[in-house]
Design a protein around this ligand. Sequence first.
Ligand code: FAQ
Length: 314
Amino acid sequence: MDLQKFLNYVQAENKVEPKDVMPEDYRKLLVRQISQHAHSEVVGMLPEANWISRAPSLRRKMALLAKIQDEAGHGLYLYAATETLNDGTINADRDTTYNDMLAGKAKYSSIFNYPALSWADIGAIGWLVDGAAIMNQVMLMGNSYGPYSRAMVRICKEESFHQRQGYEILMTLCRGTKEQKQLAQEALNRFWWAALMMFGPNDEASPNSQKSMNYRVKRESNDALRQRFVDVTVPQAEFLGLTIPDKSLKLNTETGHYEFSELPWDEFHEVLKGNGPCNKKRLETKRKAQKENAWVKEAAIAFAKKQNEKLVEN
Ligand code: FAQ
């Protein structure tokens, strides 16, 4: 495989498709990132699921249920996109990648190791977590691998509904009583730094970025996306009448960008090591679900097999 030829091909904005010849490290990079992304979607359902039975109205419950179902769908598209990279040497099938996550060998986004403690946190998750996810995923729509890029287009459309439903929850709370506004402020305090950490380490501490950019998987750096997120989100917080929990935050009128404090990187590394507030609980919940729901999978496989046999008979 001529690496330079491949680089020229992707850098000229061409898409790579599953059966195309590709460098092994490109394939590995994609399996790592797309499967981690899929794990994030399905683990990300858990903090919100905690509030389905306690949503304050039927309308809120319906919207929350729809959002959580969307996240399951995103997981499905992404596991399916990962599987297209199976080539006999790299095992990218769904059971393998999923079991790697359950075994703690594969990562999912740090943000989902934080609990949703109040209804306002559901608003903050939509506004900040989905907001950060979209900022990153709009860039990923242009990535060089066809199935991943196409999955991102659809996912981004749904994420923007999620972001708005979260913002609307907070808007309602901020226009409510003093106590409700306080709940919204506390949710922002809890989720602000964790949302900024979703973009990953600073550029100089990001081992995968350079290769990923060369291969046109990532199109923008972690810091560039984080900065854009801050620039877009601070005015939204001001509109809600909420205060970003960062005393050093200020607009640099020359650059037009907000300057902000260094992130709590020690906390980020602890969460990645499995020591966040909910890491153990999240994996236990997913392991339990796999065990208890195994019969559903077995039944679906048996049914599909019967259907196939019927097709062959006819
Ligand atoms: N959490 O060299 P880099 C969502 C890891 S979807 C955990 O910069 P890279 C929707 C990284 O994997 C949210 N680990 O890595 C939703 C690498 O470790 P490795 C998920 C992190 O890949 C909303 C190491 O650190 N989105 O929220 C994190 O070039 C609401 C070094 O980092 C995606 O997955 C982190 N925050 O850049 C669902 C998007 N950051 O693998 C439900 C796709 C970094 O070498 C409810 N992924 N690490 O062992 C990406 O764009 C990239 O993978 C980055 C990291 C930007 C996350």
